[in-house]
Design a protein around this ligand. Structure first.
Ligand code: GLC
Length: 444
């Protein structure tokens, strides 16, 4: 990792963000994702906060314009001037819900709540010129977003929120969803007709399958049937999952919202309760004693899902495990499931490399993603696992300098064909933005 190359890559990363900037928000990637995406904008804003605070704030403001009346922040905000994306605004028809904003078209589900964390990072990156106006403007909106999760997505009032669609996790086709999704019997249910475009822009081999999409579309059709009413969807859905990463992100966001409240001298007692309860419940309910890391809980079947997802390592990002469990997570990270002692793999594959479900080229079934490396890096530093954190940094550098700012990467180092290890969209915004954050000490 030499300084000259890092600085050069930072310049390319900035250009990528420039290229994907629309004047209002930043596209995740030029062709594949032309609208505004929820957690993408969070990551993108973190990148901007190092060199353009106005854009960092604008990215978040644009996203929150589309917040629903019940507090939900939709996973896609549609740009009315762009067509040719599936699933587009017509497909979602968000106007079915009285909660949806009147003049903005959105999707009808949400994503991980990174935004309080992002707003605090923006505030801190103002350095010598601390301005509280943005935080003041955002505080109630952020609190409303957190309330949405605890009011509508925590049926047992245990501080653990569920996702009701794989797209909500941000890890669309993770093998963790396979079993719950099999409850949707494709030979028995009616799937509305639809036409994908993602697999015409990038190789279908690297994207979710037709069966995956049929089930995604089916779940959306079910929620449309209920006009996106959360309670009705809950009463009927076969896909209701409490995911460790989703809940750890919310827990960390609570921690950061408490800090924001203290900066603004606002009351944070409710947020503290959420924080404590979520932390406790992740430890009580999502820890898997056999595999010794965390895993998802399937609310429909009332049991844990087989461990395997990198999501199970990431409670360290939220400061959830005690030191003993954090050490067990490091053992798991160092095991052949997620690393290779000979250094033949890049950190961190998104699924257990020793499982039969692992696929190094298919989206969230194994490839390395830069946002996951960012969560891991921050979690490792939080627990002072500095040499592991350095490895994440080194591997992230190795991938980006070898292939460029792609969407996701093959974890295997020794591929014969050097051009075949990076997939999905190029000039990808969050790979660029989070690279800037990870290497921000090299910024001029
Ligand atoms: C895919 C990813 C999701 C991301 C979106 C836009 O759906 O799985 O995490 O937010 O693309 O980049």
């Amino acid at each position: 990792m030499d300084e000259k190359t890092i600085k050069h890559l930072i310049e390319i990363a900035k250009k990528n963000l420039e290229r994907n900037w629309t004047g209002k928000y930043t596209k995740p990637s030029p062709q594949l994702y032309p609208h505004q995406w929820n957690w993408d904008s969070g990551f993108i804003s973190i990148g901007y906060s190092h060199f353009n605070l106005n854009k960092a704030r604008q990215e978040i403001l644009s996203l929150f314009e589309a917040q629903w009346a019940n507090g939900m922040l939709p996973h896609i905000v549609f740009n009315p001037n762009v067509s040719g994306y599936f699933p587009g605004a017509d497909f979602w028809n968000s106007k079915l819900s009285p909660q949806a904003p009147k003049n903005i078209y959105t999707s009808g589900l949400t994503m991980p709540a990174v935004h309080s964390t992002v707003c605090l990072i923006i505030y801190k990156n103002q350095k010598n010129n601390p301005d509280k106006d943005f935080l003041k403007f955002m505080f109630e909106k952020l609190k409303k977003l957190h309330s949405f999760f605890y009011d509508y997505r925590d049926p047992n009032k245990e501080g653990l929120v569920y996702i009701r669609h794989p797209w909500e996790s941000g890890m669309d086709n993770s093998p963790s969803w396979d079993h719950p999704l099999e409850r949707i019997n494709l030979t028995k249910v009616k799937i509305p007709s639809y036409k994908r475009v993602d697999n015409t822009i990038v190789s279908p081999e690297n994207r979710p399958t037709k069966e995956d999409y049929d089930r995604y579309v089916y779940l959306v059709a079910q929620s449309k049937k209920h006009n996106y009413d959360e309670k009705l969807i809950f009463s009927e859905s076969v896909f209701l999952i409490q995911d460790p990463l989703f809940n750890s992100i919310l827990c960390k966001a609570n921690e950061d919202l408490i800090e924001i409240a203290s900066i603004l001298k606002e009351d944070s007692s409710q947020i503290k309760e959420w924080y404590e309860q979520t932390k406790r419940s992740i430890n009580d309910k999502l820890w898997n004693e056999e595999e010794r890391y965390y895993t998802c809980f399937d609310l429909y079947a009332n049991k844990q899902i087989k461990p395997g997802s990198v999501s199970g390592l990431l409670p360290i990002y939220g400061g959830i495990p005690d030191l003993k469990r954090a050490q067990l997570i490091i053992d798991k990270l160092n095991s052949p499931s997620f690393s290779n002692n000979g250094g033949e793999t890049y950190l961190v594959p998104t699924y257990d490399m020793q499982s039969k479900e692992f696929n190094p080229v298919k989206y969230w079934r194994g490839p390395v993603w830069i946002n996951i490396n960012w969560f891991l890096y921050n979690g490792l530093r939080r627990y002072n696992f500095h040499s592991q954190a350095e490895r994440v940094l080194q591997d992230t550098f190795d991938l980006i300098s070898r292939y460029g700012f792609y969407e996701y990467f093959n974890p295997k180092r020794n591929l014969n064909d050097f051009s075949s290890g990076a997939y999905g969209g190029n000039h990808f915004s969050w790979s660029s933005a989070l690279f800037i954050d990870l290497f921000s000490k090299y910024l001029n």
